[in-house]
Design a protein around this ligand. Sequence first.
Ligand SMILES: Nc1ncnc2c1ncn2[C@@H]1O[C@H](COP(=O)(O)OP(=O)(O)OP(=O)(O)O)[C@@H](O)[C@H]1O
Length: 307
Amino acid sequence: MADHALRLTNVTKTFGDVTAVDDLSFAVGEGEVFGFLGGNGAGKTTSLRMVLDIIRPTSGSISVLGRQPGRENSAQLGFLPEERGLYRAMTAIDTIVYFGRLKGMTAADARHAGLALLDRFGLAANARSTLDKLSKGMAQKVQLAAAVVNRPRLLILDEPFSGLDPVNQGLLEDEIKRAAADGATVVFSTHVMQHAERLCERLLLLAKGQKRFEGTVDDARRLLPAQLTVVAQAPLTDIPGVAAAEERGAAGDGWHEYRLTLAPGVEPGDVLDRVSGAGRRLRRFDERQPSLHDVFLHIVGAQGAHS
Ligand SMILES: Nc1ncnc2c1ncn2[C@@H]1O[C@H](COP(=O)(O)OP(=O)(O)OP(=O)(O)O)[C@@H](O)[C@H]1O
């Protein structure tokens, strides 16, 4: 058994003079939910296409479930492509059965599993509708069902949240958690940090084809200093771990509100302990953890987030 579900080693992909993926290395452990994050044009789709053997790397190597990318992996893979191209004259259930058969399932098994999925996705009544009669979001759920019908060991989802309303985004999150609970490895790309924040064990941040960060959500947060809002009688900059204090206004009776910026890596709870250890009183203590969005902007800049 492979120690990793997926491993890229020094992978580069160029298209003419465009370097879409630039010396990228990372590994995804078996059973992990892994977020592949980056703005438009960062190289996410190109990387995932190489994993699926739709295109080949210019240099470097890829291991998928312990093997090279290729058809041999197909029975154990599930893939939701970014472009939601399906045969529009086919019915929802026939589409799912078609993909199930491609992955080596019997028609009966694929139909049984497909109907259960459509039911779970709120599409039981649409099983025999042709896809051109379904809304975009409904068709996307059919495509998701096609990607998971074979209960893949490695599920790869390219921008799966785009085009779904909030209810269906929640349904997709549940489906990702369900696949993970079932033992699958899930890799999904997104430029929406909130999904990654809620779902990923680890994530990778890509900008201009290059890896800029790989680690847990907490590791990512620790790249930025935490901030606290406190109501105190003095600015607390003498407390170890407090890097800066900005007064935000008077709170009466000699108390003031301060916004404290902690030194990188310092935990708010430790500062609170030190404050009380020093015998200083606080009337209010609110922490503001940096979001993944803040981290993303810090690492790649606003331009990297949108270009
Ligand atoms: N077939 C191709 N021919 C030429 N250039 C390509 C091709 N595919 C991708 N590129 C270029 O490679 C870069 C990375 O594109 P890619 O689609 O991988 O980014 P992405 O991170 O998936 O972005 P998005 O979120 O916009 O889909 C872009 O500059 C893109 O123009």
